[in-house]
Design a binder for this molecule. Sequence first.
Ligand code: C2E
Ligand code: CA
Ligand code: CA
Ligand code: CA
Length: 278
Amino acid sequence: DAAQQPGRLQLYQQGRDAAQQRQIRLIRDLRHAAAQGQLLLHYQPKLDIREGLVRQAEALLRWQHPQLGMVSPGEFIPLAEHTGSIQLLSAWVIEEAMRQLQEWDGRGVWVQLSLNISTTDLLDAELPGRVGALLARYRVAPEQLIFEITESGVMLDPERALQVLHGLRGYGIGLSVDDFGTGYSSLAQLKRMPVQELKIDQSFIRELDDHSEDSVIVRSTIEMSHSLGLKVVAEGVELASGLDLLQRWHCDTAQGYLISRPLAAEAFEAWLAQPYRS
Ligand code: C2E
Ligand code: CA
Ligand code: CA
Ligand code: CA
């Protein structure tokens, strides 16, 4: 009977309430996710385009919530950044990556891992020292780690962030600029940062063809990066035709579903053992 049916406004409010309740729950549960063993890393291969080889991967955080199932980092990372639990997550990611590298090293598997570092971490003057201690504890070579940072993270407090970056660099950790092209990308800023790699955001790469505006941006970004002495990674490579263009334009590294989706540790190790065919 019509009187019992919720109206459109009520449905809207119910939907909004449910979304808010989910957020509140995620924020609360995030604080214990690491301690309760609900976090894991997936690894997405990065293809060396010239060599046709994979010896690098990006570690991507996954949260297996006991009731809600797999929650995407696109949903929980922003919540963690706004509520202060990001540092707990980052600490877990950094240590887990080192533990995994040590385990692989024991089996003769050599990989270089990229980790995502948040804005908050960049303002933490004690981060480099903690990372240095972990490198020693897990006997990981610093060349096996790259920290991916965003320019907006550096912009927040450039002096402090640059100090942290130089500290990390001092331990021999590699640095990469993530999501390039999406924020306030400034060449002046890039020149000041002790980075060795730049990742072109997937929004420019996914539907890459020879004529689009994207192709102009991508080609000039590759040229500019090379003249600054930076390696270039294209992320979100989904099409073989896109990979062909990137190869022709001398892009160094490709990452995307075309090569592989992010994989759990065991699956990634098995994948690595197979020769790569493009
Ligand atoms: P990101 O750093 O830009 O990572 C790339 C994202 O694109 C990943 O999503 C990856 O799975 C996805 N991707 C890779 N190749 C393709 C492709 O060919 N097509 C499409 N459509 N997508 C592709 P994911 O794993 O959901 O992560 C989303 C974002 O969450 C990341 O974006 C990063 O900003 C953040 N994130 C993930 N792990 C961590 C972490 O450990 N710490 C921090 N602070 N942030 C993280
Ligand atoms: Ca990234
Ligand atoms: Ca991105
Ligand atoms: Ca990102």
